[in-house]
Design a protein around this ligand. Structure first.
Ligand SMILES: [Zn+2]
Length: 88
């Protein structure tokens, strides 16, 4: 809740642990087929700041895989897809 009483959904970045408004974060989710999708709704999701350092840390430390309860697979490829999605 803000000082004005308007509710802003907030989520925690699995890279740095900071809580931010959901709109400022990139959503990563597991697709029904089992792949890792970037910037989609639905499925089990996790959030990361739109910053390469947070994407890197979330993948390297395994916190993203833990949050998704799913292995990441191609870590390098996922990092690149996340960084590409920051530009939206
Ligand atoms: Zn972060």
């Amino acid at each position: 809740m803000t000082a004005h009483g308007k509710h802003v959904p907030e989520r925690r970045c699995v890279g740095c642990g900071r809580v931010r408004p959901q709109a400022e974060l990139l959503r990563i989710a597991i697709e029904p087929a089992g792949g890792v999708a970037v910037d989609v709704r639905g499925g089990r999701g996790a959030y990361v700041c739109r910053a390469a350092a947070c994407a890197e840390r979330a993948i390297r430390r395994g916190s993203l895989a833990r949050a998704l309860r799913h292995p990441i697979g191609d870590a390098e490829g996922l990092r690149d897809r996340m960084v590409a999605a920051f530009g939206d």
